[in-house]
Design a protein around this ligand. Structure first.
Ligand SMILES: [Zn+2]
Length: 299
């Protein structure tokens, strides 16, 4: 059986060959040097596409892949990046067509399929935990708040922009919307709220009893519980994973307590929340898994 290629293009581009939900060989990460974390942000859309296509060419080692999946931040529809708040130059860009045509020029016949980056994390968690038969939902806590879902299903799924408060003063979300989950939990939003403190300092101060910081840490957990409760009320209970750089701030006990206050109907009880460390590898595997499922007609 041929291998597939998985790509995770977020802050950097990670690419690998995947077979049977496992990485074959090493993951390749570009740029190799850590001192250019915002490199993609300064590239035009065509440059990003070329960069990803070059990474795929290196990773495939001359083999014809069975499927190619790319995880990319933003709202993705039929290969088109409809919106990508951290990479605004990608808005409206047909990343799928661009990648597929440059790969076709070097005899790669399968299309490059583009998915939301949080969705490939969900697929990667499902695959690496042997849970490909279940509904998996994932919150990614970083500069923004991502919401991923496995199995892949058409839709916007912008759970990070769930409205979790009606307070019009809550306006820190990167999208500009009021009352959004990301406006409370996102790293960027926290820095805007506490102009004098970094998020790490806010959580540290809360732990030592600082009132303003403790109140915020409660709000932060309530917001995630609210986003989760909203998802439960729409799609039912299940497994929720919390990952990303800022998952380190999560107190699962507090989150559970708030969630229980928000979900009361018996058939909707029984969700499980777990904080997991994920890596580029999990996203790369998930991108390949999603692409394989599409290729075999079972998205
Ligand atoms: Zn928003």
């Amino acid at each position: 059986m041929a291998a597939s290629i998985g790509v995770l293009a977020a802050e950097h581009v990670a690419v690998g060959l995947v077979r049977d939900h496992r990485l074959l060989g090493d993951l390749q990460v570009w740029p190799e040097s850590e001192d250019r974390p915002d490199m993609l942000q300064s590239m035009p859309a065509e440059g990003i596409a070329r960069y990803i296509s070059d990474a795929i060419q290196v990773a495939r080692r001359g083999e014809a892949p069975e499927a190619i999946g790319v995880g990319f931040p933003g709202i993705i529809r039929d290969g088109i990046v409809q919106e990508s708040p951290n990479l605004p130059q990608m808005k409206g860009f047909d990343l799928g067509a661009s990648l597929s045509s440059s790969l076709a020029a070097s005899d790669v016949s399968v299309p490059a399929l583009i998915f939301n980056d949080a969705d490939v994390m969900a697929a990667g968690i499902a695959a690496t935990r042997g849970q490909l038969h279940r509904l998996i939902r994932v919150w990614t806590l970083g500069s923004g708040i991502g919401f991923g879902r496995y199995p892949w299903s058409a839709g916007a799924w912008e759970g990070g922009h769930s409205v979790v408060t009606l307070d019009p003063k809550e306006h820190f979300c990167g999208c500009g919307g009021r009352g959004h989950l990301e406006g409370i939990m996102g790293h960027r939003a926290m820095r805007l709220r506490f102009l004098d403190m970094e998020p790490e300092e806010v959580f540290a101060a809360a732990a030592t009893g600082d009132q303003r910081c403790s109140a915020f840490v409660k709000l932060w957990h309530r917001a995630l519980a609210a986003g989760t409760a909203n998802s439960i009320h729409m799609e039912g209970p299940g497994e929720f994973f919390v990952t990303g750089h800022n998952a380190r701030f999560v107190d699962v006990g507090m989150l559970d307590r708030y969630l229980h206050e928000m979900v009361k109907m018996t058939p909707l009880q029984g969700s499980r929340l777990e904080v997991v460390a994920t890596s580029d590898e999990v996203g790369v595997i998930g991108a390949a898994v999603n692409a394989e499922r599409f290729a075999s007609g079972t998205p």
